[in-house]
Write a protein of this length. Sequence first.
Length: 210
Amino acid sequence: MERQVVILDHPLIQHKLRFLRDENTGTKEFRNLVSEIAMLIVYEATRSLPLFDVKVKTPCGIADCKVISGRKLAFVPILRAGTGMLDGALALVPAAKVGHIGLYRNEENMQPVEYYCKLPADIEERDVFVMDPMLATGGSAINAISQIKKRNPKSIKFMCIIAAPEGLKALTEYHKDVDVYCAGLDDHLNEHGYIVPGLGDAGDRIFGTK
């Protein structure tokens, strides 16, 4: 199946993204917006889940209904900012299991350094959704997905809120089989590896540490 790169243009997402970018948006509102946008991205990213037919007895008769066809999902946020997307994702799919991958960026060479990886024991039975608000250089996403691939999941999708062209290109060239879902594609990276115009440091703004 051909890989998808989906830039979401839904009016609700774009409206919320406007407030997410605003430097005057406070920590509580920023955190809520990240969660809400993540929920809308998950809605789109799960569109292809297979269904099967069931019959349900209602108070007035028998209804022909659909249920998800036995797919097991896992959400894997990249620490720390990715955890800001988790509540929104779980609000839609509360039965999903959760893993975590911890990475930080070496400020000298801009490369990701892994310090933690804990995934569901049955990851090979699951469709995995990797989450990080920002796709900047692409290094963290590439590293995280590479770690997950070692455990042979059924599939992997990557979800972010803002991407830079440089990071999107790097990710899609390195992991050609991973679908990408993004709420906004920005202009470029600056000399410090930050997305322009972006929204600043997502982790600092989610946790109030800026």
